[in-house]
Design a protein around this ligand. Structure first.
Ligand code: FE2
Length: 210
C-alpha cells in the first residue's frame, strides 16, 4: 500500500470496483467544458518555485462543479477515500467544509504544460490520476524528499494519499502534445478548524484573461 519511502499510499480504484463506467470520459468532459485558465506565478506562500521561473499554466475546475456534475466523485471523496485516509494514516481526518476547494480538477494542456513546485497546506492530500503518463512522456509527479527524489508515474484509476506539508512537489512538463488530468482532494484533521493560508485561494482560483 505504501511506497518504500513511506511517502504515499496508493489504491487501485479499478481493482476495487469504485469507479463508474465511462468515468474517464465523464471527467474529461467536465475538465474541458468547465475549467478556466490559471497562471501560477510562483509567488504564493505555498509556492516553492526556483527564482525567475515562467508561470505554470493550469486549467482548473472547482469543487462545487464536481459536486454537481460528477456527484459520484464528490461522494467517493467524502466517504470511501476518507475511509482510506482514516484507515491508513495516523489520526482522523475529515473532508473539506468548503466544497469549492475540497476537490478540484487540474487539467494540463499541451507540450511543456506543468504544475508549479509547492507544498500543501492541509494535513492530508489525495490525488486521483485520470490520465496515464509513462517514463519519458513528462507529467510525472515528483516529491523532493530530504535525501532523495521520488517519481510517480500517473496511472489512470490510481488514488494516492500523502502529507506534503513539508515535501515540495511538482508535475514535470509534458513532453508532447496532449492532456494530463488529475483530481486533487484536500483532507483536514477531524475536529480542528480548517484553516487555509490567506493568499492561497485567490492564487489558485485566479482566472487569467488568457
Ligand atoms: Fe500539492
Amino acid at each position: 500500500m505504501f511506497d518504500t519511502s513511506n511517502t504515499y499510499a496508493s489504491f487501485n480504484l479499478i481493482e476495487l470496483g469504485l469507479l463508474p463506467e465511462n468515468w474517464v470520459a465523464q471527467i474529461v468532459k467536465v475538465a474541458e467544458e468547465d475549467s478556466y485558465l490559471v497562471k501560477l506565478d510562483g509567488k504564493s506562500s505555498t509556492s516553492r518555485e526556483p527564482e525567475n521561473s515562467d508561470a505554470a499554466e493550469v486549467y482548473v475546475v472547482e469543487g462545487d462543479v464536481i459536486a454537481e456534475k460528477l456527484n459520484w466523485l464528490h461522494k467517493l471523496y467524502q466517504i470511501d477515500f476518507l475511509e482510506f485516509a482514516n484507515n491508513n494514516f495516523k489520526g482522523l481526518y475529515d473532508f473539506a467544509q468548503n466544497i469549492k476547494s475540497g476537490t478540484n480538477i487540474n487539467l494540463l494542456k499541451g507540450k511543456n504544460a506543468r504544475y508549479e513546485w509547492h507544498v500543501d497546506s492541509n494535513p492530508l492530500t489525495g490525488v486521483l490520476f485520470v490520465t496515464t503518463h509513462n517514463e519519458n512522456e513528462g507529467g510525472e509527479l515528483i516529491f523532493k524528499l530530504p535525501k532523495e527524489t521520488l517519481t510517480i508515474y500517473p496511472k489512470s484509476g490510481t488514488l494516492i494519499l500523502f502529507d506534503a506539508r513539508q515535501i515540495p512537489h511538482t508535475v514535470l512538463p509534458l513532453q508532447k502534445e496532449g492532456i494530463r488530468i488529475s483530481v486533487p482532494l484536500n483532507y483536514y484533521n477531524r475536529g480542528q478548524a480548517q484553516i487555509r493560508p490567506d493568499d492561497l485561494d485567490s492564487y489558485i482560483y485566479k482566472k487569467s484573461d488568457q
